[in-house]
Design a protein around this ligand. Structure first.
Ligand code: MG
Length: 298
C-alpha cells in the first residue's frame, strides 16, 4: 500500500460552505474567515463565486471580499463561475483562479444549470479558451460523479470521457464530486483507476460529502489510488442548494486529523482550524459538524 507523503487541501467553506447556509455572513466576517484560513496554512481557498446574486445571495459580495482580504503570496484564491458574465467579473476582479462546474448526470445538469451535459461542454469550451487567454488557472467540478439525486448510480464509463474532455482543454484540476454523499470506497477506487488510464492522476481532485458517513473512507480510497488534492470545508459547512438531502462536505478538521495521524503533511495547523470552525459555526448559529472539534473541547 502506498500513500502520498503530502496532499493539498482545497478549503471550500467560504464558497461551497456558505452558499447553502440560510444565514448570511457579512463581508467583514468573510474577510476575517479567509484571512484566518490563510494564516493557519491553507494554500488554496475558494473564496466565493461570480454567479447571479438572485440564485446565491449569500455570495453576492465576492468582489468586495477579494478586494478586502490580505492577499498572501502563499495562497491560491479561486472563485466559482458558471458563464461568460462570471468570467468577466473574475477578470475585472483580478483573481487568478476560476472554478467551473458541470455534472456527470444529465438530469442534474438540466436541473442545476438548465442545459444538457453536451450543452454545458460547448459553453465551457469557449469560456475555457478565453480563460486561457487571460492566464487563469482552471478547476472543473464534475458534480454527481458517483451518484445523482435523480438518477441514482452514475456509471464510471460515463464520467471518464468528461474528465478526458477537460484534460484535453488543458484545465488544471478536474474534481470528482460526490454530490449526494452516496459514494463508497470501492466505487471511488474504480472510477479513479479508470480515469488514470486517460489522464495523469495529478489532475484529479476529489470532493466528498459526508451524508452517509463515507467521506473519510472515500478519501482514503482516493489517496490509495494516488489522488493528492482534496476538497474540504471547516466545520463541515456546505451541502448543495440544488441536491435534496445532501449534507455537508467532509469537515477539514476531521480530514486533517486523519491525514496528520497517517504522517501525510498538509502544512495546515489543526488547532487553529478548530478555532476558526467553532467561530464560523457560532456566526451561523449552526452546529459544528466536525467530530474532532467536539472531542477537542473536552
Ligand atoms: Mg460540496
Amino acid at each position: 500500500m502506498s500513500l502520498p507523503k503530502q496532499v493539498r487541501i482545497i478549503e471550500v467553506s467560504p464558497r461551497d460552505g456558505l452558499q447553502s447556509e440560510p444565514r448570511h455572513l457579512t463581508t467583514d466576517q468573510k474577510v476575517e474567515l479567509i484571512n484566518e484560513l490563510s494564516d493557519c496554512g491553507f494554500s488554496q481557498i475558494e473564496i466565493g463565486s461570480f454567479v447571479s446574486a438572485e440564485h446565491i445571495p449569500q455570495l453576492a459580495d465576492t468582489e468586495a471580499v477579494f478586494e478586502q482580504i490580505n492577499l498572501s503570496h502563499t495562497v491560491d484564491y479561486s472563485a466559482l463561475i458558471c458563464n461568460q458574465i462570471g468570467l468577466d467579473r473574475a477578470i475585472t476582479c483580478g483573481i487568478g483562479h476560476i472554478a467551473l462546474f458541470t455534472s456527470a448526470s444529465e438530469s442534474f445538469c438540466q436541473k442545476n444549470i438548465q442545459t444538457s451535459i453536451n450543452g454545458s461542454l460547448k459553453t465551457f469550451k469557449q469560456i475555457i479558451q478565453k480563460a486561457h487567454d487571460e492566464q487563469f488557472i482552471i478547476r472543473v467540478y464534475l458534480s454527481c460523479a458517483f451518484d445523482c439525486p435523480f438518477e441514482g448510480t452514475i456509471k464510471a464509463q460515463n464520467v471518464v470521457p468528461l474528465v478526458k474532455y477537460f484534460y484535453n482543454l488543458k484545465c488544471d484540476e478536474i474534481v470528482l464530486a460526490d454530490t449526494t454523499g452516496r459514494a463508497t470506497p470501492l466505487a471511488v477506487q474504480q472510477l479513479i483507476e479508470l480515469c488514470r488510464n486517460s489522464v495523469p492522476v495529478e489532475y484529479i481532485g476529489v470532493h466528498f460529502h459526508d451524508t452517509y458517513g463515507m467521506a473519510s473512507a472515500n478519501i482514503f480510497s482516493a489517496l490509495e489510488s494516488g489522488v493528492q488534492q482534496i476538497d474540504s470545508s471547516i466545520a463541515g459547512l456546505g451541502g448543495c442548494p440544488f441536491a435534496p438531502g445532501a449534507s455537508g462536505n467532509i469537515a477539514t478538521e476531521d480530514l486533517l486529523y486523519m491525514l496528520h495521524s497517517m504522517n501525510i503533511a498538509t502544512g495546515i495547523n489543526l488547532q487553529k482550524t478548530v478555532s476558526i470552525g467553532n467561530k464560523v459555526s457560532a456566526w451561523l448559529h449552526r452546529k459544528n459538524q466536525s467530530r474532532i472539534s467536539a472531542l477537542m473541547l473536552h
